[in-house]
Design a protein around this ligand. Structure first.
Ligand code: FUB
Length: 343
């Protein structure tokens, strides 16, 4: 409709918060969107949420996903194209269940798809699958990445180097690896956390091997520090790392962003190296509808965007829908906070 009144309203809305609050995909449930620009388009690698008969619990067993679809968008605001199933749990020899938040990277014209899943012993591992196109299909490696554990892999390319970040506490099992081996002392997902006055559990980073299929070095813990240089503590639930690691670079600074889990924020910390340490700066995205909060940040044609999810379509915490909105870096390098529930 070309009526002058409608045009005026649309212009105002666009200036305030373009795209915010519209599910990008509604023919299936999607979450944990990792977005990248490949071949001049935005490609989105989300989880594919499904209903299943597994009962809800604090370890997230009801997030019982089986496969992945890849989506592409010509530009922000366009309807994403569903490229169909890119990988199924039945095609991953080592994986049993819970195909959680994935990511992807491109190197020398090949595409590498990284995903967590529980192995036959119900321990989360990270897998890689390889394809010739950004949308897949991807062929999984027969074994998980050597020495891998926990969830939510995210790959960041810095020049010719590729870094993989990962980890998630509670259902993501990161706290069970504190000794270097999987050690579970109780049945509750929070049983193996440090005491409140100890440093919080660290997310992990490793450079990828040249063939992109394994860690290229010993994984390192990432330090997230307070402004005074002291570590964020395990009891500081408003600020400590929970899951959903993501890294982007802006004006030569590295931004490590993550979910605070049970306080539902996407927080961020900045540093001078992809390995950290990172100093806590604040909140990028306040809680969304639904328990989980998980995002990615990408630059497209000069503007920055955050992809995230909520439960607008279902109001069920395990049946989510992805969204996107613009993200603004202030002149001093801080990021403007987005409040999805209040606009
Ligand atoms: O989608 C399953 C899990 O929920 C992800 O791995 C977490 O980051 C949370 O979003």
């Amino acid at each position: 409709c070309n009526s002058p009144q409608k045009t005026e309203v649309e212009t105002v809305e666009e200036k305030v918060n373009p795209y915010l609050n519209s599910p990008l995909i509604s023919h299936m449930y999607t979450a944990d969107p990792s977005a990248h620009v490949f071949e001049g388009k935005i490609y989105i690698y989300p989880s594919h949420d499904v209903e299943s008969d597994v009962k809800e619990d604090d370890s997230g067993a009801h997030f019982n996903m089986r496969d992945f679809h890849v989506f592409s968008m010509d530009s922000p605001g366009a309807t994403p194209l569903d490229h169909g199933r890119a990988l199924d749990v039945d095609d991953v020899p080592w994986a049993k269940r819970q195909m959680w938040a994935p990511d992807a990277a491109e190197k020398d014209g090949k595409y590498y798809f990284y995903f967590p899943a529980k192995d036959k012993d119900d321990i989360f591992r990270l897998g890689v699958a390889v394809g010739d196109r950004p949308e897949g299909p991807f062929k999984a490696q027969p074994e998980p990445m050597k020495g891998s554990f926990s969830i939510d892999p995210a790959v960041f390319q810095d020049g010719n180097e590729y870094y993989i970040y990962w980890g998630g506490i509670w259902g993501g099992q990161l706290q069970k690896w504190r000794t270097g081996k999987y050690l579970s002392t109780g049945n509750l997902p929070y049983d193996d956390e440090p005491a409140d006055d100890e440093p919080a559990i660290s997310p992990v980073v490793a450079k990828l091997s040249a063939d992109m299929l394994e860690f290229g070095e010993k994984p390192r813990e990432i330090k997230i520090l307070d402004q005074d240089g002291s570590p964020i503590l395990a009891g500081d639930h408003e600020r400590r790392f929970f899951e959903a690691a993501w890294v982007h670079k802006y004006n030569d600074k590295y931004y490590f962003s993550y979910s605070t889990g049970d306080t539902h924020n996407i927080a961020y910390a900045t540093g001078d190296s992809p390995y950290g340490p990172f100093t806590y700066q604040g909140v990028i995205l306040k809680p969304v509808q639904g328990w989980t909060n998980h995002h990615s940040i990408v630059q497209f044609e000069g503007k920055w965007y955050i992809f995230y999810h909520d439960t607008e379509l279902t109001d069920k915490t395990h049946l989510r829908n992805i969204k996107m909105t613009e993200l603004t870096h202030n002149p001093d390098g801080t990021i403007q906070t987005i409040s999805p529930l209040t606009g």
